[in-house]
Each structure stands twice: as C-alpha cells, then as structure tokens.
Unconditional design. Structure first.
Length: 274
C-alpha cells in the first residue's frame, strides 16, 4: 500500500532561514518564460517560488518579451536570452530552474532544456517541456539527474510513458521515476510523488478547486522554490504538493491560480508552528 503524503514526513527538512540569512543563502530560482503573449505562466511560477522562500527569483525570457514582463515584475528579477547557450550562462548561478510553463512547443525549448541540464541546477520540467518530448522521451531523460523533478498531468504522462497508466497510477509513477532517473509528480486529485530510488507517496488532501488554469504553474514554482533552498527533491515535491492543496482548500470556491501564491505564507506559518 502506498504511504500517504503527510507533513510529518518532510516537516523537519522544510527550509527555515536563520538569523544570519541573506537572499543568496536562501536560494536562487530561475524561471524560463515564453514569448510576449505567453508570460503569465512564468510569472505565476516565479511568484510562487518567491512566496515559498527562495531568496532571489529571476525570470529568463526571449528579448521580445522584456517589454511585457518588465512592468509586471517587482521583487522578481528579469534577464533576456537569445540562445540556449546564453540561457545556460544566465542560469549558471541558479540553484534551481523551472522550465515548461508556456515555454512553447518548439525546438528552441528542447535546446533550452538540454542547455539547462548542463548547468548543475536542479530542474523542474513542466507543461510544454514535457509534451515536446512525446516521441523521444530518452532525449529528455538524458538531460536529467536524480535532483530533477517532472510534473506531468495524466495527458503529459501518457505522452512520455505510453501505456504505463494501465498498471495503475502508483505503479506507473514508480516505474516512470526509475526510467527518467528523476522524481515524478503524477498530478491529479490524488497526486502520486515517486523517486527513482523507489520512494513513493500518494497525496491525501487533494482539492477540486485546483482544477483551474495556471494552478500547475504555481505548483512548479513552489517545487522550484524549495529546491532552490536545497531541500531534497522528493521531500520538496511532497511538501509543495501538500501545501498547494492545503492553500486551495483554505480558499475554496472561486479560487484562481493568482490566489495561490498569496495563500502560501499562512500555510507556512501553520507548518512552522507545529
């Protein structure tokens, strides 16, 4: 039987800044944005990463998206890139990077994933950066290591791991993590988190209010923010999934993705008080 994702399993490793902490000690998160008409997903991820505790968050975007993003960002920093190599150079100082939310289903995105895989940053691979590799999953897996996290919903999962879901979600997620050599977050009402070493949990506090556009982008940013603070990747994924659901359940009807980052502080206050 798969264990339930319970806060007691990861609470002690949840990052807590000390008295001498500064922004660089608290972790640096990068988020890759899409073009000028596709910047909202990256902004959601970046804000979630900042709210969950990353000390510095920077959005990397194509040059034509700068004019859209610059007026929309405050504490989140911004840098532009024109090539995969330039992105890798910008991402080199980052502890973690999120790529995929509205990144674009293009070969440029595939090249960006490969370039980020050479930086040593812990990666969160989501959305377009998963779908892109539908017919060539081994190309994606070659970019990954065990610190990286894949966050597919069932449709994206089926594209990367065709036929595995027929074995059941728990078994499928475990096999997928072993194949990818990375943590897999199989999203759904009962999200399954699996690690390549065989660890696996199923989330028990799922919320139907998360069935709204952009909520997955927020989750990717939350995972990235915890990874940037050097939390173990499996624990970071478990913690983010649980907190994501807890935040949604606190809000209830009418929730939209923009609400979720603003709910994270109250969730953290309760967790730190336990």
């Amino acid at each position: 039987m798969t264990p339930v994702n319970d806060s007691s399993n990861w609470l002690q490793s949840l990052p807590r800044p000390g008295a001498e902490a500064h922004k660089h000690v608290r972790g640096r998160l990068g988020v890759v944005s899409g073009g000028p008409l596709s910047t909202g997903a990256a902004r959601l991820s970046a804000r979630a990463g900042l709210r969950i505790g990353a000390g510095l968050v920077k959005v990397f975007c194509p040059p034509d998206a700068v004019g859209v993003l610059a007026p929309a960002l405050e504490a989140v920093m911004l840098a532009s890139f024109s090539s995969a190599d330039q992105l890798a150079s910008l991402a080199q100082p980052m502890d973690a990077v999120v790529i995929g939310p509205a990144a674009g289903l293009t070969e440029a995105t595939a090249a960006n994933v490969a370039a980020l895989g050479r930086t040593g940053a812990a990666l969160v691979i989501d959305a377009d950066a998963l779908t892109l590799f539908k017919d060539r999953p081994s190309d994606l897996f070659a970019c990954l290591d065990r610190d990286d996290v894949l966050t597919p919903h069932e449709g994206e999962f089926e594209r990367l791991f065709p036929g595995l879901l027929a074995q059941g979600r728990d078994v499928a997620a475990t096999e997928a993590a072993a194949r990818a050599g990375a943590v897999v977050v199989l999203k759904g009402f009962e999200t399954v988190v699996a690690a390549p070493d065989g660890r696996r949990v199923v989330n028990g506090n799922g919320s139907p209010w998360l069935a709204t556009a952009g909520s997955g982008d927020v989750l990717a940013g939350m995972i990235g923010g915890l990874l940037a603070q050097h939390m173990d990747s499996f624990d970071a994924a478990c913690a983010a999934v649980w907190m994501h659901s807890d935040a949604a359940n606190r809000f209830g009807p009418g929730l939209i993705a923009e609400d979720l980052p603003e709910l994270i502080p109250a969730v953290l206050v309760d967790l730190y008080g336990r």
